[in-house]
Design a protein around this ligand. Structure first.
Ligand SMILES: *Cc1c(COP(=O)(O)O)cnc(C)c1O
Length: 369
């Protein structure tokens, strides 16, 4: 049996009857950039996350940048970001001309450790980026208190966390502003590049729209510098269709996670993901830890079970951030994860038979240990 890491073809087949006419409709109307499918999706996505405004953009990375740029972050400023995340979180800071300041993650949630944030704040610090990594929300109350005390911004990178909940509240409206990614492999994926930013602040929402489109308040009236961060019409149409299925897909991911957890409990030295008491985890990724990581990964590869590493090189050890002067040993929890993490196949359509096959192979591996 061959197990993919995710199966977008199967998902497309299940919604083909809705997707094809939605795309055709965009072509018939030649509404290729923004337009009604995008604004309809923006409204529905905001509603689904209980947040006042959603502004569709061209990618999650662009969303990361747009949020910080619009908040006025620039040269000479510092922004606190977790070392354990995808590079795009820090790129949002760097693209503003500001400096990312890294912080370690917690050993249980794998998210930014609020207890280590405050000591990094100085007069240059302008914001904290909370990344809801793997689909698990950050402990937002702790971070909000710190941000409030020091009068700095708190923003969310929710690229991996569509519909996840912190203390019963959806992510995306838990801070000054949030960004989402709709990269095809994300929990809600477009058929190309796309992203969104969300906020409860009316003024900020207006500014996001301006910055998304060359800083213009109306056509050819440019109030500020901006960029072209517009969402494509076809992506809006696809996302509008897929959003209707997202609740169901999310529950299926959670069921897959539960099954993995039941079957892998106590197997070898595996450390399973912890769902924190305050969180509704949406399992963008199912990340286990084992000191046999490389061997187990090879074994899964030999048996046609796709897997991944999220992430093998922490941001503070990336070549692109060498000039910041971090070294190995700076962030023990993040580094432990980098060396020992392994992501198992995780997608809503993963069948019981497929899960059983993955588990059987993992058990076979440990029998030989
Ligand atoms: C995927 C991802 C992004 C970037 O999104 P793109 O749409 O690929 O640009 C940003 N942050 C995190 C945490 C991500 O996982």
């Amino acid at each position: 049996m061959k197990i993919p890491f995710l199966d977008l073809k199967q998902q497309y087949k299940s919604i083909k009857e809705e997707i094809d006419p939605a795309i055709q409709n965009v072509i018939d109307n030649t509404a290729f950039v923004l337009g009604k499918p995008v604004s309809d999706f923006e409204q529905e996505f905001a509603k689904a996350h209980n947040v006042n405004h959603c502004i569709g953009v061209s990618s999650g990375t662009d969303g990361n940048h747009l949020v910080l740029w619009t908040l006025g972050i620039g040269a000479g400023d510092e922004v606190i970001v977790p070392a354990n995340t995808f590079i795009a979180t820090a790129e949002g800071v760097t693209l503003c001309g500001a400096k990312p300041v890294f912080v370690d993650c917690c050993s249980d949630s794998y998210n930014i450790d609020p207890d280590k944030v405050e000591e990094l704040i100085n007069s240059k610090t302008k914001a904290i980026v909370a990344v809801h990594l793997y689909g698990q929300p950050v402990d937002m109350d702790a971070l909000r208190e710190i941000a409030k005390k020091h009068k700095i911004f708190l923003v969310e990178d929710a690229a991996q966390a569509h519909l996840s909940e912190y203390k019963g509240k959806k992510v995306g409206g838990l801070s000054d502003a949030a960004s989402f990614s709709f990269y095809p492999g994300k929990n809600l994926g477009a058929y190309g590049e796309a992203g969104a930013v969300t906020t409860n602040d009316d003024e900020l929402a207006k500014k996001f729209k301006m910055y998304r489109e060359h800083g213009q308040s109306e056509k050819y009236h440019h109030e500020t510098f901006g960029h072209n961060y517009r969402m494509e019409g076809i992506q809006g149409a696809v996302l509008g269709v897929k959003l209707k299925h997202l609740n169901e897909w999310t529950e299926k991911r959670r069921a897959v996670a539960k099954k993995y957890k039941d079957l892998l409990k106590g197997v070898g030295d595996i450390v399973l993901p912890t769902e924190m008491p305050y969180s509704k985890h949406v399992y963008h990724l199912f990340v286990i830890k084992t000191k046999w990581r490389d061997e187990l990964q090879n074994y899964l590869n030999e048996n046609d079970i796709s897997n991944g590493l999220h992430y093998p090189i922490p941001l503070h050890l990336q070549n692109s951030y060498k000039q910041l002067g971090y070294k190995k040993g700076d962030f023990p929890n993040t580094e432990d994860l980098a060396f020992n993490c392994l992501s198992l196949p995780m997608f809503p359509e993963l069948s019981e038979e497929q899960i059983d096959y993955v588990v059987k192979n993992i058990k076979d591996f440990y029998k030989r240990k």
